[in-house]
Design a protein around this ligand. Structure first.
Ligand SMILES: *Cc1c(COP(=O)(O)O)cnc(C)c1O
Length: 221
């Protein structure tokens, strides 16, 4: 099926309150353009340089989401245009995003990445750290970042009940953090679910799914 058909098919299955991030990492600009022409406006990338290059080449009404692991020294290359950073995994990174956003007179939306998977390779903070950040005076002084929710990745496994329990855990963490937020109405995003597990994630309360291979086909690294 074509990118356009894949997109249409996926969109038909998504509830209205769930946002689709088309994960276009490793894919050529022509593929993104095809998705754009089919109406898609939100794209997710996991490498800052690749995202910056694609941003240069593509229409400027695209919303760019950084979904990958972020190195602090590279935040400056996306601070002028990125719309949402999904993988904020510690306070130092949040401080750097704030600093770079300030230079561009912007407020950058961020999600705190919470570790839910049973795998060493997955990044993220524990709920306790997220609570500490939201409660801290230092955070309340960061005028150029806006924490709008959380993100998590389930363990890579066939075991559906494990994935479900991890997603449920993320939803519980979301509820806990929301009441601590100075502006709970702004804290509204749960980014969870990818090609293989997004239906399950939506069932557990996801409001944003990050789908790559089911739209663009398998990736060749
Ligand atoms: C690559 C990636 C995705 C998309 O994965 P698919 O299985 O291709 O849908 C989602 N989230 C993150 C963080 C990724 O790195």
């Amino acid at each position: 099926m074509s990118i356009q058909q894949n997109l249409k098919h996926i969109k038909e299955t998504l509830p209205e309150n769930v946002t689709l991030v088309a994960v276009s990492k490793t894919k050529p600009v022509s593929d993104l353009q095809e998705a754009y022409d089919a109406g898609q406006r939100i794209f997710g990338e996991n490498k800052i340089q690749e995202m910056a290059e694609k941003h240069e080449l593509l229409p400027k009404d695209i919303e760019w989401h950084m979904i990958g692991h972020v190195q602090r020294n590279k935040v400056k290359y996306m601070a002028s245009f990125v719309n949402l950073i999904h993988g904020v995994e510690n306070e130092k990174l949040l401080n750097e995003i704030n600093k770079q956003a300030k230079k561009h007179d912007r407020i950058i939306d961020c999600l705190l990445q919470i570790k839910i998977a049973d795998e060493e390779s997955k990044f993220g903070m524990h709920e306790a750290e997220a609570i500490e950040i939201l409660k801290s005076d230092a955070f309340s002084e960061l005028a150029h970042v806006n924490i709008v929710g959380i993100m998590g990745m389930a363990t890579f496994t066939e075991n559906e009940s494990q994935i479900k329990s991890e997603f449920t855990q993320l939803k519980t963490t979301f509820n806990t953090l929301k009441v601590l937020h100075t502006n709970p109405a702004q804290f509204k995003t749960i980014s969870m679910g990818m090609s293989g597990d997004y239906q399950l994630a939506i069932g557990c309360g996801s409001t944003m799914v990050r789908i790559g291979s089911s739209i663009f086909g398998v990736r060749n690294y």
